[in-house]
Ligand binder design. Structure first.
Ligand code: AMP
Length: 548
């Protein structure tokens, strides 16, 4: 007979993170570089009071439980207040990515049936361009104070954030409801078809927060000062706005200043210990720090994910700046964290070179994420560091369906259970470290064998004359596809095709060496800071390889 446990039934709600932060870390600071140009400071106590005021304001605006409330905003304290006010009161926070094309934004806002939108002043022209096109948004709020409100605007009935908030008192009791209720919504910028929505729940978010804070995940504590470079519109800034409340870490929001200089100044002035972002952002930061012969005086860890972190970057951070890179992997569909690369005890006895080889991998699954690799027929492959196949995942913060069932049931039922197919191709070693070799749609198939474009890019990036490199497939009459390397040189650097190809000698199997190199001024970057390889493939679809 089953005997039930006798513990309290408390729903896992996002508002509980804020209540905890106010009670136990009320004095902790949130520092923001504002769109208005200055540095703004408030405490978690202020955050909690202002979020309650905003919850009252949302109710007056007619926002009800389950309604979607959109944001178009940088990382900042007002955005953070909306994270808690909207989800905490039972509505759904829908973070829009301002880097998307206006047509796509209109499609997404209509698809989500957003009823209100809150935006930073930077995006006023964008809002003016789409305001008459979006079907369901009735309320437009500029996230600023009265003094900075635009004198004139084409946006109907434009409201002022600080004014809305100032009219309310801070008495508000966060409602209790089913922990499986929707809390926030984020669309993936898919490379084909329309973007699809991932609808997170309170339960999935709180569980993900517990896991993300762990020492072998993002390793966050009350002694940290965290600067999320990763935008709050990209999978909830990888969960850091929630983690900061759970552990009581100081938060520093960079606002629109994501260039190397602005970030570096904020790192130093606010004594940041931990930061997080995609490799392209760190490229800019490292170039600035290198060019100006600077050092980081407090930053000791940097979470890098979203695309593969080149080993050369891991080395540069570690050897020149004493910053430990934490390579992590995840997806919008996974809240996003899946794996993080931290050492096991046995690695501590290894040489630095051996440890670098470990750090280049995407890492071990965090408890809560179950993973396996399968071949094209769906048969499970061994964890031997050799066999490579598609990665399948499951767990309580992994999506089961897209919003409104877009695209039907995405899961594969490999062994009766539903698994989410990530579209990533990888191998897993005997210690459980996963290493991505490619996206299934980016994979290069030469004579029936896979060539991992990420390996090739990582080697190219280790060349000091290379600023950015992408490896794509080009048509070949004999091999079907062969690798073509597209390179952006560092400013002023001279690098020839033959020099670049010679750089691969001894570092890679001969047949993996690209057949040709083309130099370009820039590689297209998508809305979340990743290289758009599908665009490159389109650009080079008629490219004739010298070997063809
Ligand atoms: P998104 O949903 O936009 O965050 O994209 C998720 C995809 O980004 C994953 O399926 C991977 O293809 C890629 N990705 C994320 N993190 C990494 C990483 N550390 N290394 C390689 N690819 C990554």
């Amino acid at each position: 007979m089953t005997v039930l446990g006798q513990m309290m039934q408390q729903p896992l709600l996002i508002s509980s993170l804020l209540v905890h932060a106010e009670r136990h870390h009320g004095e902790q600071e949130i520092v923001s570089r504002r769109v208005e140009g200055d540095i703004h400071r408030q405490t978690f106590r202020d955050l909690a009071a202002r979020s309650r005021k905003m919850a009252n304001a949302l109710a007056k605006l007619g926002i009800q439980s389950g309604d979607r409330v959109a944001t178009l905003a940088w990382n900042g304290y007002r955005h953070m207040e909306l994270y808690y006010a909207v989800s905490g009161s039972g509505a759904v926070l829908h973070t829009l990515n301002p880097r998307l094309h206006p047509d796509q934004l209109v499609y997404i806002a209509d698809h989500a049936e957003d009823s209100a939108i809150f935006f930073d002043l930077t995006f006023l022209p964008l809002i003016e361009a789409i305001a008459s096109r979006v079907k369901t948004i009735k309320t437009f709020v500029a996230m600023t104070d009265r003094a900075h409100m635009p004198k004139e605007s084409k946006v109907p009935g434009l409201l002022c954030y600080d004014e809305l908030l100032g009219a309310e008192n801070d008495t508000f009791t966060w409602p209790s409801f089913d922990e499986n209720s929707a809390s926030s919504l984020c669309y993936t910028s898919g490379t084909t078809g329309n973007p699809k929505g991932v609808l997170y729940s309170h339960r999935s978010t709180v569980l993900h927060t517990y896991a993300a804070a762990l020492p072998d995940a993002l390793d966050c504590s009350a002694r940290d000062t965290i600067l999320p470079v990763v935008p709050m519109f990209h999978v909830n800034a990888w969960g850091l706005p929630y983690v900061a409340c759970m552990v009581g870490a100081k938060l520093v929001f960079p606002g629109p200043g994501l260039d190397g200089k602005s970030l570096y100044e904020l790192f130093e002035a606010e004594k940041v210990t931990l930061s997080a972002g995609v490799p392209t952002v760190w490229q800019g930061l490292l170039s600035y720090v290198e060019a100006n012969k600077l050092k980081f005086s407090t930053m000791n860890r940097s979470v890098i994910g979203g695309s593969a972190c080149p080993p050369a970057m891991i080395r540069a951070f570690n050897e020149q700046y004493g910053v430990q890179v934490l390579h992590a992997w995840g997806m919008t569909e996974m809240s996003p964290l899946g794996t993080a690369c931290t050492f096991k005890a046995k690695h501590l006895a290894q040489t630095q070179e051996e440890r670098y080889a470990v750090m280049a991998k995407q890492g071990r699954a965090i408890y809560g994420v179950d993973m396996k690799i399968v071949d094209v027929a769906g048969a499970e492959l061994p964890w031997d560091g050799e066999a490579s196949g598609e990665l399948l995942v499951r767990g309580p913060w992994i999506m089961s369906r897209y919003f409104k069932d877009e695209g039907g049931d995405p899961l594969v039922y490999a062994d009766g259970d539903g698994w989410f197919p990530t579209g990533d191709v990888c191998k897993i070693d005997a210690d459980g470290y996963m290493q991505i070799t490619d996206r299934s749609k980016d994979v290069i198939k030469s004579g029936g064998e896979w060539i991992g474009s990420i390996d090739i890019e990582n080697i190219a990036m280790a060349n000091p004359k290379v600023a950015m490199a992408a490896c794509i497939s080009a048509a070949h009459p004999k091999w079907d596809e062969r690798p073509l390397l597209v390179v952006v040189r560092k400013p002023g650097a001279e690098l020839t095709r033959d020099e670049m190809l010679a750089f691969f000698e001894g570092k890679i199997a001969k047949w993996w060496t690209p057949d040709d190199v083309v130099f370009v001024d820039a590689i297209p970057i998508g809305a979340t800071g990743k290289m758009l390889k599908n665009r490159l493939r389109e650009q080079f679809k008629d490219y004739k390889l010298p070997t063809a």
